[in-house]
Every structure is written in C-alpha cells, then in structure tokens.
Design a binder for this molecule. Sequence first.
Ligand code: NAI
Length: 259
Amino acid sequence: METITKLSRSVKGLSVLVTGAASGMGRATAHAFADEGAWVAVTDFNAEGAAAVAKEISDAGGSAKAWTLDVGDHDAIRRVIAEIVAEYGGLDAVVNNAGIPAGLPLEHERYDAVWDRALSILLTAHQRIVRAALPHLRKSKSPRIVNIASTEALGATGRDSPYAAAKAGVVGLTRAMAVDLGPEGITVNCICPGPIRTGMTQLIPEDDKNTYARRRTALRRYGDPEEVAHITLSLCLPAASFITGAIIPVDGGLMARNA
Ligand code: NAI
C-alpha cells in the first residue's frame, strides 16, 4: 500500500536562526535543531555564551555557528541575517526567543524605562527580525516563524505589566503576521511557555518553584527548556504546513487549571 506521508518530518539540511540562544530555551532549541541535522545560527547579545553553545553543538557533531546579536539593534539584525544567509545559503526558519524579565509595580520610578526596554526587546525585535528575514524565508520550501511569548500573555501575574503587555503583543503580532504571510505559505506560530527552569528563573528558590508549580500546574512541576524546544522544532517541520496563527501554551497545564 502506498504511504500517505508526503511531507517531511525532518529539519535536516534546513537553516534556522535562534535568538537568545546562549541560555535556557534558546540553547535547548539550538541543540534540538542541530541534533536533527539542521544548520543552526546561534545568536545572542552574550557573545561568549553564543560561542560556547555553538562549540557544544559542533563538538557533538552538529552544524552551528555563533553570531553576536542584540535584538534591540536594528542595523545588527539586518547585518547578521545577511551573514547567516551568506554562510548557510538561505534561511528556512526563525525562532524569536530572546527575552528579559521586565516586571515592576505601576508606581515604580523606573516604570517608563522598563516599559520601553520590554517592548523593544520582547516585541519590536520580533517584527524587525521577521521583516529582515522575509526576503530569504520567501525562497524557502518550508518557511517557518516561531515566536516565544509566555503564559503572561494569556493571564497576568502581579507587578509584571511591561512584560505581560509585551508578550500579549507577541500574540497579536503572531496572528497578524500569520494572516499577512499565509497566502505565501509562510507559517507563524507562537509558543507560550509556563514556568521553565532557565536563566530567567534560576534566582527563584527551589522551594518557591516547587510550591508554585504544585499550586498552579496540572503536571505539578516546572518544565525543562528541552520540553519547549521540541514543540518549537515540531512547528518548523516541513510537515507542519497547516498550522499557523496558533497560540500554544507549553505550560504543564497551567492555563488549563482553575484550582
Ligand atoms: P534565559 O535568561 O535563560 O535566556 C534568555 C537569553 O536571551 C539569554 O541568553 C540572553 O543573553 C538573551 N538575551 C537577552 N536580551 C537579549 C538581547 N537584547 N538580544 C539578544 N539576546 C538577548 O531565559 P529563557 O527563560 O530561556 O527565555 C527565553 C524566552 O522564553 C524569553 O523570551 C522569555 O521571556 C520566555 N519565557 C520564559 C519563561 C520561563 O519560565 N523561563 C516563561 C515564559 C516565557
């Protein structure tokens, strides 16, 4: 009997740009793609961290190269994307992952500064990277964009409004881009991670992490970066060609649980 599978379930030979790839979910995503045979552009504003991750991957037999990229730097975005395309001969997928914490009370004297930084790094950067990558994604046979938002985009925690607003913006941007780029077959999806053990959460004491996870998630635990990276990778498979504009919590059931 003829197989019904016509679409590739592999990212082998595809090139992917991951932002914020020196740590946490970005690092895990870079490893996941490289393990499956993709060419990975490991980018981060932490140059040493990006170089270390590219080396880890190369030492393990994968294909990766590091670029220093501050996603808040418009000119650098264009330059680095041109360099990645020159190195890998094209660009098939973009993972907008770089992020910073940006929580503080409404009355805080630094509120405006934190707000501006949050929107710049967590939201504006996403559209700039996508717009710079678009001419190259248009040449790909399976162009994919994955934006990393947060469950904070779907329900807010106290004293976190700049972060929550920026992440909610990523959800809106994902839907709008999916609609704009859908006619060209470019998919744009958004992952909303819940509590994940990364650099961003490493200062939260272990007991507090466990208490929170038991109280809030269905799985009663924090997630590991790899558990998010696998969903990102799945959304970038050539076979993931009919999912776009989706907002996907990867949160251990946090959004599913009322009590
Ligand atoms: P992380 O702190 O381990 O990694 C973030 C990476 O982004 C770091 O390597 C950092 O150097 C890089 N970065 C920060 N500012 C940058 C800039 N301007 N340009 C380029 N790179 C920059 O944190 P994590 O958790 O892996 O964060 C990844 C994404 O996941 C972020 O967008 C974050 O907001 C989001 N997220 C994290 C959650 C968690 O529980 N850890 C939950 C929900 C969302």
